[in-house]
Design a protein around this ligand. Structure first.
Ligand code: NAP
Length: 286
């Protein structure tokens, strides 16, 4: 049985659907399992990375596990959720473990890199005995859903870093690679840096979404300093805000189109237009 954490999320949800459709025994972990919308036959189990005692029951009997953490960098002294999930997988005797990380993982020296280095090491540590695969995607196309609320009642969104390009990836492509790694022995010991097929700014993505929805949508850019203030007010620690600003404004790394999806899946990565067509209903009908 494969235990999927983040089973209500963008990657985990798609992974559960894929594994279930392939007839793989799968258990979906969620903090509110009764509310989780899952394919028929999929077992839902309570588990909260903030409640390590819940994890042994959730992971019991798992031969494989998909691990993701939604814990914000800097909200704890270290990536306690990642550590708790990896420990639970090891105690359960899981062998194949796929961890969702971020582009570049722990490379670099800022607070974000240090956090992800520790989180990845919890899985790659040889003493765990995992046949591990690390997935390191850049920006998700599904981040565009943060516009959905505004676009259900209006035609304008405000966005920081509106002119900064990124080669965003469809989480469904990440899930497809996770499913392969969990069901075949062929991707063990590999860290995959992942991107989508085009480098687009948020303004470009909104223009594509407008075309797909057949609407006239407008973007109001949020100045960098206002973005910085917003993150601080939202509770991001100062060194995390600095690292996000540095990575987003001064680095072009996330804009690079990488060949990994095509190499691993044998087909090109899904485009933003394809993602937008599939998710058009989530932006309302106006
Ligand atoms: N968004 C991006 O651009 C991007 C880029 C690269 C990597 N990533 C990685 O992708 C992951 C998040 O993706 P997302 O932002 O798109 O989120 P998401 O898919 O919306 O997923 C959030 C998931 O986290 C689960 N979760 C939240 N708190 C939890 C807890 N205490 N214990 C167990 N599960 C918990 C939620 O499950 P329940 O609420 O059902 O419990 C939900 O399934 C992160 O690991 C992030 O580093 C994201």
């Amino acid at each position: 049985m494969i235990l999927v954490t983040g089973a209500t999320g963008h990657v985990g949800g798609e992974l559960v659907r894929r594994l279930a459709a392939a007839g793989e025994p799968v258990r979906a972990m969620a903090r509110r399992p009764a509310e989780a919308r899952l394919p028929e036959g999929v077992e839902a189990v309570y588990g909260d990375a903030d409640d390590p005692a819940s994890l042994d029951a959730a992971f019991a009997g798992a031969s494989g596990a998909f691990l993701m953490s939604a814990q914000g960098v800097g909200t704890a002294p270290g990536p306690t959720h990642d550590l708790a999930l990896a420990s639970a997988a090891a105690r359960a005797g899981a062998r194949r473990v796929v961890k969702l990380s971020v582009l570049d993982g722990g490379a670099g020296s800022d607070v974000i890199s240090r956090w992800h280095a520790e989180a990845e090491a919890a899985v790659t540590d040889p003493s765990r005995g995992f046949a591990w695969t690390l997935l390191r995607p850049g920006r998700f196309m599904s981040n565009a859903l943060q516009w959905a609320g505004r676009l259900r009642s209006g035609d304008e969104v405000s966005t920081p870093f509106a002119d900064r390009p990124a080669a965003s990836i469809d989480p469904a492509d990440v899930a497809e690679i996770a499913a392969l790694a969990l069901t075949t022995g062929e991707h063990a010991g590999t860290a995959y840096e992942l991107s989508g097929p085009q480098s687009l700014t948020p303004a470009d993505e909104l223009a594509i979404l407008a075309e797909v929805l057949g609407r006239d949508l407008r973007l109001r850019p949020v100045p960098d300093e206002a973005a910085r203030t917003g993150m601080s007010q939202y509770g991001f620690p100062p060194e995390v805000v600095d690292a996000i600003m540095q990575r987003t404004v001064e680095s072009d790394r996330g804009a690079e189109v990488l060949p990994t999806v095509e190499k691993v899946l044998g087909r090109r990565a899904r485009t933003f237009a394809e993602w937008a067509r599939e998710h058009a209903g989530e932006f309302g009908t106006r």
